[in-house]
Design a protein around this ligand. Structure first.
Ligand code: GTP
Ligand code: MG
Length: 201
């Protein structure tokens, strides 16, 4: 089958059950929102293709189940990810406290150079907020990773987080370690450097 893209990037969404991972992905891929909670079983993915400098970039975003019983299946997908979005719910303190555990999970199962970003989702529900934006920023700063508050419902920052994580992967020259199915962005050095210039500008 003919290749329909020039670059393939694999991103992963993790976080407690109910924080809104599937909704964030649904917003990013279909620009839609569903208020019914259908908890993810195992793992799922969506694809969105963006074009840059005449190159087709395929973003493959994996959505994991937050429920503990799927942990063995979901952690198996960490290794191939170039970027990971750690999601908590700003109206749920526990989901925020658990970010530390999710980071530990990444350290155990993902590539050491994986790009990370923390998302405080549901920022449209300010009246039920339990975690201030400052606490989110502080935690991200402690780990030296990026942070943004999002709302899948009100469509706040969803486009920004996915694309900015993707930029970070490119700028860091990240590629999956030992991955046979992933497309290595380092395969053509010349092409890569001109591609980089275009992004940096
Ligand atoms: P698991 O699949 O069990 O890991 O959960 P999940 O993290 O994928 O949660 P999901 O996306 O299914 O969303 C859980 C609930 O939160 C649903 O009822 C959504 O409608 C709601 N929700 C998700 N994002 C937002 C948001 O930005 N704002 C508000 N108000 N509700 C949201
Ligand atoms: Mg889900």
């Amino acid at each position: 089958m003919a290749k329909t893209y020039d670059y393939l990037f694999k991103l992963l969404l993790i976080g407690d059950s109910g924080v809104g991972k599937t909704c964030v992905l649904f917003r990013f891929s279909e620009d839609a929102f569903n208020s019914t909670f259908i908890s993810t079983i195992g793992i799922d993915f969506k694809i969105r293709t963006v074009e840059l400098d005449g190159k087709k970039i395929k973003l493959q975003i994996w959505d994991t189940a937050g429920q503990e019983r799927f942990r063995t299946i979901t952690t198996a997908y960490y290794r191939g990810a170039m970027g990971i979005m750690l999601v908590y719910d700003i109206t749920n303190e526990k989901s925020f406290d658990n970010i530390k555990n999710w980071i530990r999970n990444i350290e155990e199962h993902a590539s050491a150079d994986v790009e990370k970003m923390i998302l405080g989702n549901k920022c449209d529900v300010n009246d039920k907020r339990q975690v201030s934006k400052e606490r989110g920023e502080k935690l991200a700063l402690e780990y030296g990773i990026k942070f943004m508050e999002t709302s899948a419902k009100a469509n706040i920052n969803v486009e920004n987080v996915s694309l900015s994580l993707f930029w970070c992967c490119i700028l860091e020259g990240n590629s999956p370690q030992g991955s046979s199915q992933g497309v290595k962005i380092t395969s053509d050095q010349q092409k890569k450097s001109s591609f980089f210039r275009c992004i940096v500008l």
